[in-house]
Design a protein around this ligand. Structure first.
Ligand SMILES: Cc1cc2nc3c(=O)[nH]c(=O)nc-3n(C[C@H](O)[C@H](O)[C@H](O)COP(=O)(O)OP(=O)(O)OC[C@H]3O[C@@H](n4cnc5c(N)ncnc54)[C@H](O)[C@@H]3O)c2cc1C
Length: 268
């Protein structure tokens, strides 16, 4: 679906992090399952030439018109342009795209692990799981306080939040995998894990899940150009049963969410 969406707000929520709400159609909101993403053209010119992918943080048609939201970190040219957009500006939006989280995996508890802006696709997931009265726990990590964005939005859904930062400026000092491991070791109940964040964090979470024999879904944020499976710029290695068979996964069209066991973490 290719649409033009008006910006309803675009506000700084932490140094370098912004929260943007855009208008949408009801059809877009219906299609915006947790974990899916949009490709945004940030300027009407050829610079930057390529659209940029962003997870759908939230999508809602329940009050006052259909909208969707993204959380983004300003890291380069396109996100800097995006950060200067004002209410009323219009963006060209392609989406919702990709395959989101599988919510049908039974679990006594749903454990969400987000690193920095990797929290973005987890909010819509938490919202849907909480709407079904599921127990949801969030482990949010980052370098420092500024990277723990919108944790209060998760808390207001009734999600228990555990925060870890490398500099100890908020929450426990250290990596988010520390409280995650402690939690999984302390409770006997079976959890399903859903994670999004930097590759190193995802690799570590996949390893922890495998050690505890827990299902784990990861949302990958490989760099991508087309978003629809044509350019194959975003492929990562998969783990096919037969070791000598080449196996590649196209993150935009087969993902961005994968079962962690499908990914060859040496190549991701
Ligand atoms: C499916 C998907 C969902 C995403 N969701 C979000 C989101 O919700 N919020 C958000 O802030 N970002 C998200 N990203 C990443 C986002 O697309 C990039 O940060 C953005 O394209 C950067 O564009 P830029 O022109 O500002 O930076 P560029 O000039 O393209 O790059 C600036 C710097 O950022 C690095 N970089 C760019 N893209 C990535 C990436 N995908 N992974 C790691 N490093 C990268 C570059 O190597 C470079 O060092 C997502 C990516 C994917 C694939």
């Amino acid at each position: 679906m290719l649409t033009e969406s008006s910006i309803l707000f675009n506000k700084e929520i932490s140094p370098s992090y912004r929260h943007m709400r855009l208008s949408a159609s009801e059809g877009f909101v219906r299609e915006a399952a947790p974990g899916r993403f949009v490709m945004l053209r940030v300027e009407g010119t050829t610079d930057p030439l390529l659209r940029r992918p962003f997870a759908i943080f939230d999508a809602d048609a329940s009050s006052g018109g259909a909208v969707f939201e993204i959380l983004y970190r300003v890291v380069g040219k396109a996100t800097a342009i995006l950060s200067a957009k004002k209410e009323g500006d219009v963006l060209d939006v392609l989406g919702p795209l990709g395959k989101g989280f599988d919510l049908a995996v039974p679990a006594a508890e749903h454990v969400l692990v987000g690193g920095g802006v990797g929290l973005a696709p987890l909010y819509a997931l938490a919202k849907e799981l909480r709407a079904a009265s599921s127990t949801v726990r969030l482990f949010a990590g980052g370098r420092g306080r500024d990277d723990i964005v919108r944790a209060e939005a998760f808390a207001s859904l009734g999600v228990e939040c555990h925060v870890a930062t490398e500099d100890g400026s908020i929450g426990e000092r250290g990596l988010v995998t520390q409280p995650l491991t402690r939690h999984l070791e302390s409770q006997g109940a079976k959890a399903t894990i859903y994670a999004c964040g930097p590759e190193g964090m995802l690799r570590a979470v996949a390893k922890i899940a495998a050690r505890h024999a827990l299902p784990c879904q990861v949302s990958l944020e490989s760099r991508m150009a087309c978003g629809v499976g044509v350019c194959l710029g975003c492929v990562v290695g998969g783990r096919r049963a037969a070791p000598q068979t080449p196996d590649f996964r196209c993150v935009c069209s087969e993902g961005p969410v994968f079962d962690a066991n499908e990914i060859d973490w040496g190549s991701a």
